[in-house]
Design a protein around this ligand. Structure first.
Ligand code: NDP
Length: 284
């Protein structure tokens, strides 16, 4: 048996069409959704991510502004930039590309973004509200994973979901979102004693560790849906996930490739959150 490959690129394009329709409806009311993207320094990966985010916004008709700050910008200057954007009516969403230089307190930055404009979903309020199922903006990567599962008609309710990784931006919110959808959820970390014991029970396995080939075919339940969030650049320049794709696709029922799986959906959900922010700011 060979797994169905979940084509994130194709699904992202289709999902974006429905968000474009919502942008068009806003435009008919004279409203242009706007996103501000702040980048600090010259991290090459961040530059690529930011370019792709702005391109996706452009494609659906969202106005975007790139604010490019030098590596040595002061924390005060960055916070003032965010506060100005909080007060700018044509900007509905504010995204600060991570990681930030070490001299800047990332938590202070994320909490300065107005909750109503926090389209990355990293503000304490939005993360905390995931606990009660009331978040305004779900963080884009887990939101994208949920969308991929739903789009592929993979059932969530009652399924065993195992999340490998517990970061605040992927693992933990992913766990809360699947719990909200009535999955039985386990979270594994680098301290988990016997990872395979957990992963082999998973009907849905979401891996977000940044460790290439962490998940091999012997760790996967036959027929499982395997979602690989990891993005790792190997020494030979290849981009791979955290899952041994070739081995695992022989066992799994569904699998996401890297690249072309979760990545395009992360960007799509940023578009979605920006449209939601504009709709909420302009409620009739
Ligand atoms: P973090 O480094 O913040 O977290 C990694 C998590 O993996 C930690 O919780 C860590 O455990 C856990 N971990 C590490 N090694 C193991 C192991 N051997 N067994 C079990 N768990 C382990 O990473 P992020 O969540 O930010 O990102 C994870 C990956 O996803 C990266 O490759 C990143 O590039 C990618 N990513 C992709 C996105 C996309 O759009 N596709 C978006 C965001 C991230 P512990 O807490 O114990 O240290």
């Amino acid at each position: 048996m060979s797994a169905i490959i979940i084509d994130g690129k194709k699904i992202a394009l289709e999902v974006r069409k429905s968000w474009k329709e919502r942008v068009d409806r806003l435009k008919q009311r004279g409203i242009l959704p706007g996103l501000a993207v702040i980048i600090v320094g010259n991290n090459p990966a961040s530059q690529v991510y930011v370019r792709n985010k702005i391109k996706a916004c452009h494609e659906v008709g969202i106005h975007s502004e790139l604010i490019d700050l030098p590596e040595d910008v002061s924390e005060t200057q960055l916070l003032m930039t965010i506060e100005n954007l909080n007060q700018t009516p044509i900007i509905n969403g504010i995204l600060v590309q991570l990681p930030l230089p070490k001299h800047i307190d990332v938590n202070k930055v994320l909490e300065t973004i107005s909750v109503e404009k926090d389209v990355d979903g990293f503000h304490l309020y939005n993360l905390g509200a995931l606990m009660s199922g009331n978040t305004i903006f779900p963080p884009c990567t887990p939101f994208g994973v949920q969308c991929l599962l739903e789009y592929s008609n993979i059932p969530i309710e009652g399924q065993n979901a195992v999340i490998v990784g517990r970061s605040n931006i992927v693992g933990k919110p992913m766990a809360m979102m699947l719990l909200q959808k009535n999955a039985t959820v386990s979270i594994c970390t680098s301290k988990t004693r016997d990872l395979k014991q957990f992963t082999s029970l998973a009907d849905i396995l979401v891996v977000a560790t940044g460790k290439p080939n962490l998940i091999t075919s012997d760790m996967v339940k036959p027929g499982a849906a395997v979602i690989d969030v990891g993005i790792n650049r190997l020494e030979d320049g290849r981009l791979v996930g955290d899952v041994d794709f070739e081995g695992v696709k022989k066992v799994a029922g569904y699998i996401t490739p890297v690249p072309g799986g979760v990545g395009p959906m992360t960007i799509t959900m940023l578009v979605a959150n920006t449209v939601i922010a504009a709709e909420q700011a302009n409620q009739a």
